[in-house]
Write a protein that binds this ligand. Sequence first.
Ligand code: EPZ
Length: 425
Amino acid sequence: MSEHFDVHGGARLTGEVEVVGAKNSVLKLMAAALLAEGTTTITNCPRILDVPLMADVLRSVGCHVEIDDDVVRITTPAELSHEASSGAMSKLRASVCVLGPLVGKLKKAVVALPGGDAIGSRPLDMHQNGLRKLGATSAIEHGCVVAQAEGLHGAQIWLDFPSVGATENILMAAVLAEGTTVIDNAAREPEIADIAAMLGEMGAKISGAGTSTLTVEGVAELKPTEHRVIGDRIVGATWAFAAAMTRGDVTVTGVDPHHLELVLEKLRLAGAEVTTYDGKGFRVRQPERPQSVDFVTLPYPGFATDLQPFAVALSSVSDGTSMITENVYEARFRFIEEMVRLGADARTDGHHAVVRGVEQLSSAPVWASDIRAGAGLVLAGLCADGITEVWDVFHIDRGYPHFVENLNRLGARIDRVGTSGPEGG
Ligand code: EPZ
């Protein structure tokens, strides 16, 4: 029997919460360690299920990986295997990010197709096209991406869509290619800039990180380094939405508010008082019932698709009607079916959702279908009368360190019921 959370409704969250390193950066930084023989140390790592899963992927190609609290040490041997096939691959989308480093370092790779959140089709065509442009062959065979190259050379690469994963894989292959690579329409997420910063510390020559044009001058060799992961903006924003939904007053530290400018602006439109502390954090205080706001998900610096479930949850208790448009993943509105169980007045039509706010949601048993949907259901449960049971919480543990502990410290009442989780709630 899987675990569930009992979420007691009627909480008003107040206090301070610290955010640690970003899941969507640390996993790629761990993959980048494959590019340099020796020990790479990554600090400020989140205590989430995905980190040991990624460690297993790296062990499957011959690395030695130590996880010591919030520090991960990866020792890459001289002899690496090009076949990444651990069972962990099927649980983790980010595992595909060993493809670029293996092709970059070994000129060949066999990487099992990744798993991860079921939020829509997640093809790898842009990853493969980018590697082909660098001179590799690439095909899907027997459930694996198989790539091979005599040598890699610089290229001009246009992405059809600013894919985060494709930008990262191409970048991590191009750093050891001969000549100059330009990735146009590249992803601009802060996590990309964090990976480029670590690669730069390892000796790579990269410019334009965080813009839509990334330029990479290939080098012959990279060296291991020590790098601190940037704060997790998606977790930081989760606390911001939690404060707004519960009419609370929460100060969030450890995340750069510049990475959340549009999100915080949306919360101001919903009636929140938002104060930012340069580079360090922000405070969200919601004195009245939130006002309805519309949201449109887009690649960074647009409103992140990973925050869409929180936009729906906030809209479900706001005063008025909101339109939420999902432009990145076609199946990410599955979450709404569970919100309707909680009494939300919400319906979808293609990639639009219309949500009419209600005074109060009503508790019910609901199921998490992915990381963000799970966290969104917990926040909705805080705004419901009665006790909401949120099931399949392993999804939440994949992306949120000490989730229940942090919420209870802010004044919520949530119990983890069933076999103990990674951190015992
Ligand atoms: C990353 O996924 C994040 N995951 C996702 O966060 C996030 O939702 C996503 O970026 C968008 O911001 C990690 O970093 C581990 P994409 P990724 O490649 O790299 C299409 C979470 O909750 N596409 O930018 O897989 C794709 O289908 C997770 O933490 C192609 O068509 O995202 C999608 O519609 C969920 N072909 C869109 O692009 C390709 O070759 C964006 O995907 C690649 C992508």
